[in-house]
Ligand binder design. Structure first.
Ligand code: B4P
Length: 192
């Protein structure tokens, strides 16, 4: 089993690269952003609670996303590995994930952190907002709030995994293909 975290600020290419990683390596993709947007579309109580936080550019409460990931792990007992995209985003989420994986007698093997400068993040997200229909991508103030949340609460998650020597940084600017080649090279070192 191989478990990977794809990490980085909003707009760093996590969703874009995740698609390519699951196609090549056959991992089960768990994106908390996608899971939350499905709950919102289905108008579930969880979705209704999450929507207000997401529209303001804030993180959804830890217990909500941890519960969602726990259910998703249980729902995929035969997966040969997981790609965590956009999770964990706080140290509490990282600790909870370690415990959940330990119960399944596995662990995180690698965190790949995509490095992208802030002006590029803002321009990518505003650009996606023109076509995605995502309300959190159309307003520059909300995008900036998401980046502030990242610096306040999420960037420390890389320090958490650094203690266990599990983090590799990937330059996240350039073509999608070149970035994917760097990602593949790091994964291949671990799975071969
Ligand atoms: P997410 O869905 O995770 O959204 P994201 O961080 O904005 O997206 P991502 O990083 O995947 O986008 P990508 O760069 O691929 O989260 C949304 C919200 O959900 C959060 O703000 C939060 O409220 C909530 N949430 C999610 N998980 C949570 C958690 N664990 N805890 C609490 N709250 C949580 O794409 C961006 C754009 O860049 C695209 O248009 C893409 O085409 C473009 N792009 C990608 N690579 C490029 C490249 N190399 N060059 C140019 N453009 C590129």
């Amino acid at each position: 089993m191989f478990n990977l975290i794809l990490f980085g600020p909003p707009g760093s290419g996590k969703g874009t690269q995740s698609q390519k990683i699951i196609d090549k390596y056959g991992l089960k993709h768990l994106s908390t952003g996608d899971l939350l947007r499905s709950e919102i579309a289905a108008e579930t109580p969880l979705g209704l609670e999450a929507k207000g936080f997401m529209d303001r550019g804030q993180l959804v409460p830890d217990e909500v996303v941890i519960g969602m990931i726990s259910s998703a792990l249980d729902a995929n007992p035969d997966a040969n590995g997981f790609l965590f995209d956009g999770f964990p985003r706080t140290e509490a989420q990282a600790e909870a994930l370690d415990k959940l994986l330990k119960l399944k007698k596995t662990a995180i093997h690698l965190m790949l952190a995509l490095d992208v400068a802030e002006p590029e993040l803002i321009s990518r997200l505003l650009n996606r907002g023109k076509t995605s229909g995502r309300s959190d991508d159309t307003n520059e103030d909300v995008i900036k709030a998401r980046i502030t949340e990242y610096h306040k609460k999420t960037s420390a998650v890389a320090d958490y995994y650094m203690k266990f020597d599990k983090v590799k940084h990937i330059p996240g600017e350039g073509t999608v293909e070149n970035i994917f080649d760097s990602i593949s090279a790091e994964i291949d070192k671990k799975v071969k």
